[in-house]
Design a protein around this ligand. Sequence first.
Ligand code: F6P
Length: 549
Amino acid sequence: MRQPALTTTVSYQALQSHAAEARDWQMRQLFAADPQRFPALTVDAAGLFLDYSKNRLDGRTVELLVDLARERGVEAQRDAMFAGDKINLTEHRSVLHTALRMPRGKALVVDGQDVNADVHAVLDRVKAFTDKVRNGTWLGYSGKPITDIVNIGIGGSDLGPKMAVLALRSYAHPRLKMHFVSNVDGHDMDAVLAQVNHETTLFIVASKTFTTAETMLNAQTARRWFLCEGREEDLARHFVAVSTNKEAVSKFGIDLDNMFPFWDWVGGRYSVWSAIGLSVALAVGFGYFQTMLEGAHAMDEHFRTAPLAQNMPVLLALIGFWNRQFLGATSLSIAPYHQDLNRFPAYLQQLDMESNGKRVTKGGQPVDTPTCPIVWGECGTNAQHAYFQLLHQGTDVVPIDFIAALRATHDLAGHHDALLANCFAQSEAFMKGKSADEVRAELQAQGLTDAKIDELVPHKTFPGNRPSNTILMDQLTPATLGALIALYEHKTFVQGVIWDIASFDQWGVELGKVLAKKIQAELEGDVDPGAHDSSTNGLIVMAKGAKVP
Ligand code: F6P
């Protein structure tokens, strides 16, 4: 259904008037005025807790935002997604990553195909295979068990598995060392090949399309490397594929018995739940992989059934929209206070920006508001000693999502309290800031002269009133990780619905791919570059000149 332009909707206009009042609100005052602010602006779901009270909003703001979600049809579109309707309009596909984590036996038939049965048939194969590799009965060509697994993939075929394997590090198999090669830059593959042994390495070629140039080149290189020691007939013990493209897998020389399929209704950036998660299941075992799926399913159920005003992904999306639209936030910083979530910001970059980094509506009209903010981030406390300065005192307002676990998965004394203290202190500091009067009083107490105080006050003042969310879980486990990823997936979906964006395609990555092919031919051959602008021509000439004849 064609949506009206966002700014013409009744609920948007109500929000706009409300935002004019809210512009001058100070969070310090909002907290002082309402002792119930924390319980009122927090929500629990699927093992996660979201505190959104440190945002420049109140209960009325949330009501108006929820009205907007309703007017934009979030509930109907959510239901359409879960039902398998073809909501990926430009590619005419269903969007069914939620089906990948549905318990066995739940009925879901799309285009006459029993999706649930298909999903569980592949999961059964993933279990059988990963059990064998993990218990040492899957042997390399010389009869030794596998010790190293190299996942070759890029984008969604890399970021999700890599992030999850690191996040669940404490559940990992002691014998299996996981490696990820994604970049077409040979230094990536070179660094991994230097660490592994032909006899005991298993390569997973992970690519939805099995045509992605980087992955195909890396896979060919791995194959060539392997054949320096192994024989063609040994390939089947050392190469498996995860893909939707049987023909290309077969053409590459991977036995179809060693191929784990998935389906075109799984978007690349939503694919960690499919067989693309093979490396995760190998690392942590199928049981924990399944627990991760269950955690995501719990969040799906919450998203599907909770009223919008108590719906965690919906709230996270609406707050993000509020900050983007009415506070002018152009970016969103993700700050996991958990070292094992080190790759989570990178994962979210693809999820959010590849989904909603668009400028036209589903109907092809320009979106009449800003869309997806730039997503970036780094683990706390490291981030504090790098760029938090700008977040505290710079000229831009950058909302932050703090993510932390109440309990650690290690038992090193003293660390976890220090970590959580920093996490909570930062969100408090962003919210409260430090006024000029407070700074002045502090400096007077230290006995500084008035002249020195006048000099220092502007530098030591923190404006505060900077928004953040805090997402807590008891512990980072397969289940809470699953719920966390699903939370952000659904958040991204809801924002796409509000903006009326086609969130499930990614045409924007195509142009560079086409040009790279052309330039590669020019770099490799005798083709005279000249058809480009002078900058591109100049760079090509330099690269050709640097080649050793
Ligand atoms: O080029 C972007 C993209 O299509 C992503 O959406 C996707 O995750 C990535 O490339 C990898 O694609 P594939 O799994 O088909 O190799």
